[in-house]
Design a protein around this ligand. Structure first.
Ligand SMILES: [Zn+2]
Length: 314
C-alpha cells in the first residue's frame, strides 16, 4: 500500500537502535521469546537463514534485544523470522497473530515462491485499534497515516498496522518485502496483484491460496462498463500510472488475473517463468501469453471477463 516518508527524530532514534544492535552483534546469547519454545526450528528458519541471505542469527538476536529494551508498556514481542511482531492487544492474541498469520504466511509463501528472505529485519507493529494506530504511528515513527489499514515504512523498516481492520492487509504487506528481495525489478501490477491476492487467503493442500474479496465488485462494474484494461496495457503500466488515476481498477484487475492463474494451476509457474525471463520481458506480458498458451489474447480477455462476472463475493 502506501509508502511513507520518514521524519528526522525517528531516523535518529532508529540510528541509535541500529548502533545498539551493532554493538550487540556477536554477543551470541539467544533472546528469550514470547513465542512457543522451539518454534524457529519447527519453522525451519534457523539454519537456512544464511542461504536465504537475510540477516544472521546474531544480527537478528541483537535487533530483538534492542527492541525489547525500548518496547512500549503493554506490548508483546514475538519472533516470526524474518519478522518481529509487536502488538498491544492481549499477549495471547499477539502470539496467535504472530504464529497463525505471520509465520503461516511466511512458510507457505517461501514454499511456493521465495528463496530469499528480505535483506533487512522488518518489524511488524500491530496496533489494537484506530486510536492506538494513530497515536503510535506519530509517537514511534512521526507519521500521520493516510490509510486506515496500515502501511509499510521503508525507512523505519516497519509495517505499521491497525489490526482492528483485519489480518488481510497484514498478509498483503508481508508479500512486498519478499518480492523486493527475490524480484527487485517486479513491475507494480504483479507486485500488487500477488500481494492483494493474499489479502483474503487460506490453505489448500499445504499451499497458500487467495479467495475472492471486496475488490471483486469494483472490477465487475468496470468489466460491465467495458473499462477493464487490455492485459498488455495492464502489464505495461509504469509505477506512476499504476498508482495514479484508476489505481483501484489496476489493483483489482491485477489481483483477479493472479486469481485466474491460481485457479487454473498456473500462478506459481508464471511467477518463476517471469523471474527467469525478466530481462527479455520486464512487464511479464510475453511470459503471460506463453504460460497461458494463448495466441489470441483478445479471446482470452473475453473469456477472462466472462469468468470474472461469474465470480461471487462473499
Ligand atoms: Zn501493496
Amino acid at each position: 500500500m502506501t509508502r511513507r516518508r520518514w521524519v528526522a527524530p525517528v531516523a535518529v532514534l532508529l540510528a541509535l537502535v541500529g548502533l545498539a544492535a551493532l554493538a550487540l552483534v556477536g554477543a551470541g546469547e539467544k533472546p528469550s521469546s514470547s513465542a512457543p519454545a522451539g518454534h524457529e526450528t519447527a519453522s525451519g528458519t534457523t539454519s537456512p537463514s544464511a542461504q536465504r541471505a537475510g540477516p544472521t542469527d546474531a544480527e537478528f538476536d541483537a535487533h530483538v534485544r534492542a527492541l525489547r529494551d525500548r518496547l512500549p508498556e503493554g506490548f508483546t514481542l514475538c519472533v516470526a523470522r524474518p519478522f518481529v511482531v509487536l502488538g498491544d492487544e492481549d499477549a495471547d492474541t499477539v502470539r496467535r497473530r504472530s504464529d497463525g498469520t505471520v509465520r503461516w504466511a511466511v512458510e507457505l509463501l517461501r514454499k511456493d515462491f521465495f528463496e530469499k528472505d528480505p535483506a533487512e529485519i522488518i518489524d511488524i507493529w500491530l496496533f489494537r485499534d484506530k486510536s492506538s494506530y494513530t497515536a503510535h504511528a506519530a509517537q514511534l515513527f512521526g507519521d500521520t497515516p493516510d490509510t486506515p489499514f496500515g502501511y509499510y515504512s521503508a525507512r523505519h523498516k516497519a509495517l505499521v498496522m491497525n489490526i482492528r481492520t483485519g489480518g488481510g492487509t497484514l498478509v498483503h504487506e508481508i508479500v512486498h518485502p519478499f518480492l523486493r528481495a527475490n524480484f527487485p525489478a517486479c513491475p507494480s501490477w504483479f507486485d500488487e496483484g500477488l500481494a492483494s491476492l493474499y489479502e483474503q487467503s487460506g490453505e489448500r493442500d499445504g499451499h497458500i491460496v487467495g479467495y475472492t474479496n471486496w475488490r471483486l465488485a469494483g472490477l465487475q462494474k468496470a468489466v460491465r462498463a467495458g473499462k477493464a484494461l487490455r492485459f498488455e496495457r495492464l502489464c505495461g503500466l509504469t509505477r506512476d500510472e499504476f498508482y495514479g488515476e484508476g489505481s483501484g481498477l489496476h489493483y483489482a484487475q491485477a489481483r483477479y488475473l493472479c486469481y485466474w492463474l491460481q485457479q487454473h494451476g498456473r500462478l506459481v509457474k508464471f511467477y518463476h517463468a517471469f523471474v527467469a525471463a525478466q530481462k527479455d520481458d520486464p512487464t511479464g506480458y510475453k511470459t503471460l501469453v506463453k504460460v497461458l498458451g494463448e495466441d489470441d489474447m483478445d479471446a482470452f480477455q473475453t473469456r477472462w471477463q466472462a469468468w470474472v462476472l461469474k465470480l461471487r463475493y462473499p
